[in-house]
Design a protein around this ligand. Sequence first.
Ligand SMILES: NC(=O)CCC(=O)C(=O)O
Length: 265
Amino acid sequence: MKYSIYQMDIVPGNPSENRRKVQEWMEEEVRNSNPDTIVLPELWTTAYTLDSLEQYADQNGEPSKSFLRELAKKLNVNIIGGSVTNKVDGKFYNSSFVYNRSGELVYEYDKVHLVPMLNEHNFLSVGKAVPEVFELEGVKMGVIICYDLRFPEVIRSLALEGAQVLHIVAEWPSARTSHWRYLQIARAIENQMYVVSCNRIGSYDGVSFCGNSMVINPWGDILLEGSESNEESLRVSLDLEKVIQVRNDVPIFSSRVPHLYKKEN
Ligand SMILES: NC(=O)CCC(=O)C(=O)O
């Protein structure tokens, strides 16, 4: 499966300009490298303009859903649609939408772990369910949003449900770049899955974001890494046989002893 990742800078509080940027990038990217799947970053329509949610957030996923659906169909490409601020039943969420190349909404997820360091609790509601597995091109995979990366139990559940690829859409601050990098490598090794991440670059409201979007194989090797501060298209092909090979070589899933693990509340 061929990927293109858009490590983008986001214009704060300007959804139409960000949609214009994304559309232009996607059209060029598909023309030049014909990926199967495209990945966008977290909150790519607005950046962290959480004090203006009434003004800029989607309503029931629109217009982002229509925008992503039409592009997926027109360009014949799967889209892991980053995330957007989204108002549903009077509450705001940080929502991710995944479309297949026929323009079908394959999966949607509202972020469940809200980030205290970015004041998400003051503006957003917790999603109702942890991430679940979905399929693109017959491959089981998952998507998480940024801070979710710190919660290994959620990613383990995806692996136990059969996910072979984990996507991480992010606005991860430069202040914690080392955590961003090491946690992704750890998640890839401990779950023996590909990790494909898309982080923004640039800054907003005094916080700078670290780029370093990554693709890591199930052995923990970094196949690709973005720069810290440039808008970039990152391109890679995943060999999914590698997941099977690593899981055979080091069979951690059959070594688990779940009956001995403590049940969490
Ligand atoms: N946008 C985010 O979820 C940022 C997460 C973060 O800053 C951290 O985990 O550190």
